[in-house]
Design a protein around this ligand. Structure first.
Ligand code: ZN
Length: 164
């Protein structure tokens, strides 16, 4: 089986059976994300233990890429702290936007998103959940949209709490 077939199967599987789908009761943080280019909408709810994401759920309606990306992200960030999440987002962002970015082993199943960079219009579908996660970690009530151009993974508004 070719790698790209494997990646496609991972995306299809996570779209058909999204992991961690739903809403957390007693969430410590929530954020909504909207990608007007495609119509993707999602709501993340998090339970935090100090700096660590103890549990995460997402719900919403979107295209296969946005749903699979949120599902993969929810698996990847559970148990990680803010600094680890930030590093992972930087790697995923590079994978989505840089043609020569290699999918290192630290990305795990998130590597399946590498095919998205062949379709620049879909990058925002895949990055929406990560921008929304940043907003949730900041406990911001604001709705995230991806209307702004895709630039650095963490702009001024995406800076995590506790940083200068
Ligand atoms: Zn989409």
């Amino acid at each position: 089986m070719e790698l790209k077939d494997l990646y496609r199967d991972v995306i299809l599987d996570h779209n058909r059976r999204p992991r961690n789908f739903g809403r957390l009761e007693h969430a410590d943080a929530r954020a909504e994300g909207h990608n007007p280019l495609c119509g993707d909408r999602l709501t993340l709810s998090l339970r935090l233990a100090g700096e660590r994401i103890e549990d995460i759920r997402f719900e919403g309606k979107g295209c296969a890429i946005s749903t699979a990306s949120a599902s993969l992200m929810s698996e990847a960030v559970k148990g990680k702290d803010r600094a680890e999440v930030r590093r992972l987002f930087e790697r995923v962002h590079a994978l989505l936007t840089q043609r020569d970015a290699a999918a290192g082993p630290e990305l795990g199943k998130l590597a399946a998103l590498s095919g998205v960079r062949e379709f620049p219009a879909r990058v925002k579908c895949a990055s929406l959940c990560w921008h929304t996660l940043n907003a949730a970690l900041e406990r911001s009530a604001a709705t995230v949209t991806t209307e702004a151009p895709e630039e650095a993974p963490l702009g001024p508004a995406g800076r995590m709490a506790g940083e200068p």
